[in-house]
Design a protein around this ligand. Structure first.
Ligand SMILES: NC(=O)c1ccc[n+]([C@@H]2O[C@H](COP(=O)([O-])OP(=O)(O)OC[C@H]3O[C@@H](n4cnc5c(N)ncnc54)[C@H](OP(=O)(O)O)[C@@H]3O)[C@@H](O)[C@H]2O)c1
Length: 308
């Protein structure tokens, strides 16, 4: 078979022949890969910078995807940390980490959507005590995960969703997806009274937003839950101590580890159905896996999905 193979942390993947996978025990299943998304997690696990990577090379990247099993079922699978990911013609999955997909789904849409969508879906369902009627700020709302967070917060009954970002054209487009208000970072004080922040940026961007938001809150004793999900702007954030004293701020993270794998897996069927039913707008671009080296570092607003 063919696969994308990475030989070292700083090397891009190369499309080449690779031995076929074989099943070693009853928990493994060889499957055909139909579509696999190129997410931030895919790259950071492959280059060893993600906290869940094992730093072993060579490896075939690919943290999730849509596969076909021997019975012909289409499944969405989340891979464990493995040397054989989904950027291959075939891979080896643990079926317990997969969900059978409804008939008629588009593998490319599912492969593009599940990772970014899961970030806010699982955070709001499993990490914090979110309930309908609350107000939400999405920090970094113009990316794939951010756009979906806007839609998912609305789907879950948020009374108000404020979308914050740096690109005014992309921000404007979020109104059609349910954003009640769109703001740039210098207008962050307008989000002072939200109940929940879904933060994809972290770094200086999160730290700089806190004091203007917290000091402008109508009721500083009202809880504000800040969910740290992505760190596009910085891995660390210089949070002012006053931020933690001046209002009832609690900061929590949501991701692999802080949410148990069983909780992620339990949410997959409903999320897959929502994507299949077009309840969430997805930006996907299918690319042949043979073009993986060029596409690996491409800058695109659409989520690249490799098709073997
Ligand atoms: N914890 C989890 O469960 C989980 C799951 C999925 C993703 N994530 C993380 O969430 C983050 C976002 O993922 P994604 O798939 O949405 O990525 P993406 O599609 O590449 O979007 C990146 C976003 O970051 C913004 N951005 C980039 N550089 C910026 C800067 N210097 N200042 C301000 N904004 C900047 C972009 O704004 P423009 O539109 O202006 O370029 C865009 O909104 C990543 O860190 C990813 O690893 C976490």
């Amino acid at each position: 078979m063919h696969a994308a193979v990475i030989s070292a942390a700083d090397a891009p993947p190369v499309y080449r022949e690779h031995p076929d996978p074989t099943e070693h025990d009853g928990d493994e299943l060889v499957v055909e890969v139909l579509a696999a998304g190129l997410h931030h997690l895919t790259r950071s696990r492959a280059n060893g910078s993600h906290y869940s990577s094992n730093g072993m090379y060579p490896l075939v990247p690919g943290v999730d995807g849509v596969v076909r099993d021997r019975e012909g079922n289409l499944r969405y699978v989340v891979m464990d940390d493995t040397a054989l990911g989904t950027f291959a013609d075939h891979t080896l999955i643990d079926p317990r980490r997969s969900v059978i997909l409804p008939d008629g789904i588009d593998p490319v849409q599912i492969a593009a959507a599940m990772n970014p969508a899961m970030s806010s879906w699982v955070a709001l369902r499993r990490r914090v005590d979110f309930h309908a009627g609350q107000r939400v700020l999405v920090l970094g709302a113009t990316g794939n995960a951010g756009r979906m967070a806007v839609q998912i917060a609305k789907l879950f009954g948020a009374a108000q969703v404020i979308a914050a970002g740096r690109d005014t054209t992309r921000l404007k487009a979020l109104a059609a997806l349910g954003a009640d208000e769109t703001i740039t970072f210098d207008q962050i004080g307008r989000a002072a009274d939200v109940d929940v922040v879904i933060d994809y940026l972290w770094g200086d961007c999160a730290a700089d937003a806190m004091i203007p938001m917290l000091t402008a809150r109508a009721d500083r004793t009202a809880p504000l839950t800040w969910i740290q999900i992505g760190s596009i702007v910085g891995q660390t954030a210089p949070i002012p101590s006053a931020a933690l004293r001046s209002a009832r701020l609690q900061i929590v993270g949501s991701g692999i580890g802080s949410v148990p794998a069983r909780d992620f897996l339990a949410e997959l069927p409903e999320l897959a159905s929502a994507v299949a039913a077009s309840a969430i707008d997805v930006r996907a671009r299918a690319v042949p896996l043979a073009q993986v080296t060029r596409a690996w570092s491409a800058e695109t607003a659409d989520r690249i999905v490799f098709v073997p």
